[in-house]
Design a protein around this ligand. Structure first.
Ligand code: GRF
Length: 223
């Protein structure tokens, strides 16, 4: 008798697959937000290149489907990436989130992705793509550092930036202190960005190479 009052009321949760290699704190943040009703997603699978990673352990401990593929079981990077994407595709995701997936995904892997893919990167892109971002930001004398969520395309850490969180650099801090402060901002940044995608405020169309229809960042509460 109660008809849904808005299209949002009937929107099914966004099907999200997560790729992770490390401790998995961003995965945990997404999962916690989802279980607490703050993020309308379904975590359909966690995929890793590291069977012993914290991310895989967290997924298994919390009943999330998890699969780890070993790169050494494949003849080359492309073969691994395509097999990974086939496993991901079997979970029918609408969005792939790279949350500390510490491998470069080849063009073949990106082309095999079944849906758009985003990545969280610990710098204010386009500054400091690649590794050791916190030490590099300090060495460069940056006054401001932070994290970015961007669309994954064929350029390493080069896809369109969707959202950023900024962190002022404090005098005398070392890379690990800065990393810790950035990480604490990564979690709300990733949750807010995935929520904006789930809500349709950021629209990603087609496969991973598709253009973004970006509705502006006014609605993103990232401080
Ligand atoms: C994060 O700093 C993320 O930005 C980078 O890798 C780290 C992953 O951390 N891509 P966690 O595994 O999510 O704790």
């Amino acid at each position: 008798m109660n008809a849904p009052s808005s299209p949002e009321a009937v929107r099914p949760p966004l099907r999200v697959a997560v790729l992770a290699s490390g401790r998995g704190s961003n995965l945990q943040a997404l999962h916690r937000a989802q279980t607490e009703g703050r993020l309308p997603i379904a975590l359909v699978g966690v995929f890793s290149d590291k069977p012993g990673s914290g991310a895989v352990a967290y997924a298994r401990a919390h009943g999330l489907p998890a699969a780890a593929l070993l790169p050494s079981d494949f003849p080359d990077r492309e073969a691994f990436d395509v097999a990974l994407m086939q496993a991901v595709a079997a979970t029918r995701p609408e969005l792939i989130v790279c949350a500390g997936f510490m491998r470069i995904i080849s063009k073949a892997g990106i082309r095999a992705a079944p849906c758009p893919m985003i990545n969280i990167h610990p710098s204010l892109l386009p500054k400091f793509p690649g590794l050791h971002t916190h030490a590099r930001a300090l060495a460069a004398g940056e006054h401001e550092h932070g994290a970015s969520v961007h669309l994954v395309d064929e350029v390493l850490d080069g896809g369109r930036v969707l959202a950023q969180a900024r962190v002022p650099v404090q005098a005398g801090e070392d890379p690990s202190q800065l990393a810790e402060r950035v990480l604490s901002r990564e979690h709300p940044l990733l949750i807010a960005t995935v929520r904006a995608i789930a809500d349709g405020r950021i629209r990603l169309q087609g496969d991973a190479s598709a253009r973004v229809s970006w509705l502006g960042d006014d609605d993103l509460d990232l401080e």
